[in-house]
Design a binder for this molecule. Structure first.
Ligand code: GLC
Length: 485
């Protein structure tokens, strides 16, 4: 036994062979044996294959360079917020100056596609109640701005033309609508159901409906009717978990179980944070690429916001993917219609990154290693990709894989070697690289993230493998109830 382990470790101690083995199977599931996701419907599998989407928060608030929705002084039925800056009348008049003449939906979608994004979610209506499309149901809409062009239409057409998937963000909250949560809320239900009907009828296939949380009580809403309409109009649509999020607040007792089930969503939505490692319920981190200097908001264009570095963007994406989730990375276009230069630069840099590393993102599933500070793993067929964030002297030791490693390479061309024993898989970056990692902290920080591709011998599905003290935690929606509960 000892001899065979020794022999095994010696024979597999190999400098990295840039093996170009074709995948034993193109299907992304099957390497791990504990994923209930394998049983999920095609539409959800496709959404999970996509991994990366572009979120766009945009509207007249960009004219004043303030946070969309929250910068309006009044937030009926919600907490006052920390970002209110503008009296209601002033905020509600910003649309009269909204004229993003430089907006080019086609160029933006092409940029997103080149950056490896497979879907786009746009704020059709945010909490402020402004509609970015030619709604028949309210005058407070894009057609009554100096711009006068249906932004939802332009984005939907570009998305369909370039083969991405389309998502509408729709805020059920509406702080400027006179009927919102008035009386039995039936007038408002009619209104917002009508708006959803427009969005799901007039813009071709819609793949995702991305609600935001909402105030009120269960009896204020007609969710059965809403969901029946949604699936009637777009049978393949995915709905996130926020259609009824926080509806409990004004109602004592247990929420109606059938409504909880109906509105629980196809995927969870940790916000501004990387979700926990979770492979038994789909999730998507929504993440602003630029954040307000006070750490609040940053969803929409604010001149003083601070944009994440390209390295951070890539690391966040890798952390989501190896944790079992998607990432919806947000930009807030400027009032001119241009993308903020720092955000555009990140998107452009992603294009080159994807050419080399995209295979370790798209169509993968998390595991077999459980992710942690060290990095994480994902797989496709019999190939495991390790996104490693931490190396100790250019080395990383992980618990053994139950299958033989046939090949190992670092994407991007750098060379690594590996040793596989019965207990451990050890990876070593080439000496010269280790020296350069040590050379300056700054450089090391920038260059630590490596993607290692391991080609495994075909075999039985594996169990998930915990690493060191990193325990798998149950995913929770890290969104904080804005009502403070
Ligand atoms: C929060 C904010 C909202 C933003 C959303 C994105 O719900 O209230 O402004 O659109 O997060 O997840």
């Amino acid at each position: 036994m000892k001899f065979s382990i020794l022999l095994f470790s010696l024979t597999s101690l190999s400098a990295c062979l840039a093996l170009s083995l074709s995948h034993a199977g193109e299907d992304s599931v099957g390497l791990t044996n504990d994923s209930v996701l394998e049983t999920y419907p095609t539409k959800l599998q496709e959404w999970m294959d996509a991994k990366f989407g572009l979120f766009i928060h945009w509207g007249p608030s960009s004219v004043a360079g303030v946070e969309i929705g929250w910068a309006r002084a009044s937030h009926p039925f919600d907490h006052p917020g920390k970002l209110e800056l503008i009296p209601d009348a002033e905020y509600d008049a910003l649309y009269k100056q909204f004229n993003p003449v430089d907006f080019d939906a086609d160029a933006l979608v092409r940029t997103a596609k080149a950056a490896g994004m497979k879907y786009l979610v746009f704020t059709a209506k945010h909490h402020d109640g402004f509609s970015n499309w030619a709604t028949e149901l309210s005058d407070y809409n894009i057609m009554n701005t100096p711009y006068g062009r249906d932004i939802c239409r332009e984005l939907a057409d570009a998305v369909h033309k370039h083969g991405l998937k389309l998502g509408w963000y729709y805020s059920t909250r509406d702080w400027s609508h006179p009927d919102y949560l008035v009386g039995d809320n039936s007038a408002y239900n009619d209104y917002y159901h009508g708006q959803i009907r427009e969005l799901l009828t007039n813009y071709g296939p819609v793949d995702v409906l991305w609600f935001d949380h909402v105030a009120g009580k269960w009896s204020d809403y007609r969710f059965e009717e809403l969901f029946e309409m949604i699936y009637d109009l777009q049978p393949e649509i995915l709905v996130n978990n926020r259609a009824a999020k926080f509806v409990m607040r004004h109602q004592a007792g247990t929420p109606p179980p059938e409504l909880l089930e109906l509105t629980k969503g196809d995927f969870e939505t940790p916000e501004g944070k990387i979700g926990k490692f979770q492979v038994d319920y789909p999730w998507e981190t929504c993440m602003p690429m630029s954040k307000g200097p006070d750490g609040h908001g940053g969803w929409s264009y604010r001149p003083e916001a601070i944009t994440a570095s390209f390295e951070e963007c890539v690391k966040m994406l890798a952390a989501c993917v190896t944790g079992g989730g998607n990432m919806l990375l947000n930009i807030g276009p400027m009032p001119s219609g241009n993308v903020r230069p720092e955000e555009l630069e990140n998107l452009k840099s992603l294009e080159a990154w994807m050419e080399t590393y995209g295979e370790s993102i798209h169509g993968t599933r998390a595991g077999p290693y459980i992710s942690g500070q060290w990095g994480g793993a994902c797989h496709k067929g019999d190939v495991v990709y390790l996104h490693v964030f931490e190396w100790v002297d250019g080395q990383l030791s992980l618990p053994a894989l139950q299958r033989k490693v046939l090949g190992c390479e670092a994407l991007g061309g750098e060379s690594v070697s590996f040793t596989q024993t019965a207990d451990t898989l050890t990876l070593r970056l080439r000496e010269s690289k280790i020296r350069s990692l040590r050379s300056t902290v700054k450089q090391a920080e920038r260059s630590l993230h490596r993607v290692i591709k391991l080609t495994l011998e075909p075999g039985e599905p594996m169990a998930l493998i915990p690493v060191e003290g990193h325990v798998a935690k149950k995913q929770h929606d890290s969104l904080v109830n804005p009502m403070g509960e």
